[in-house]
Design a protein around this ligand. Structure first.
Ligand code: ZN
Length: 132
């Protein structure tokens, strides 16, 4: 398993980690298989979405703000319940096929680390299953 370090700079932020994941595939020399990208945090997540128009990321963040307000009536004493809820809604892992040594993503797809309780130093775990 490989680890990718991610430093976030705001409370809520989507960071494109696609090139970092592809670098792991290159390093391991895997040509065909499945790649699992996993976030070992309870207030961050990972998703695959639009990599061309940054307004899509902004819209997702804004809509999560509306769905899960930062200052809702939560019971979690640490004060970051909204971040936990957002992390669960978005999810802690994604997987994608590997073809020709790269992630077989759609033209407009990228893998995004989703920060919901930043800024912080975070980690992403990448585990590759090769079918060679
Ligand atoms: Zn908490």
């Amino acid at each position: 398993m490989e680890k990718i370090a991610v430093t976030t700079h705001s409370r809520a932020e989507f960071i494109d980690i696609t090139s970092h994941v592809n670098r792991v595939l290159e390093k391991q020399g895997v040509r065909e298989g499945i790649c699992c990208v996993y976030v070992p945090h309870t207030t961050a997540a990972v998703t695959i979405n639009e990599n061309a128009d940054p307004s899509v990321r902004k819209d997702i963040i804004n809509e999560l703000d509306r769905l899960v307000p930062w200052n809702g009536h939560y019971t979690h004493g640490e004060g970051n319940a909204a971040a936990h809820i957002r992390a669960t809604l978005v999810g802690s892992s994604v997987s994608a096929p590997i073809s020709g040594g790269k992630l077989a993503l759609g033209t407009w797809q990228g893998i995004y680390f989703c920060e919901f309780d930043g800024p912080r130093r975070r980690e992403v775990f990448v585990q590759v299953i090769s079918r060679e």
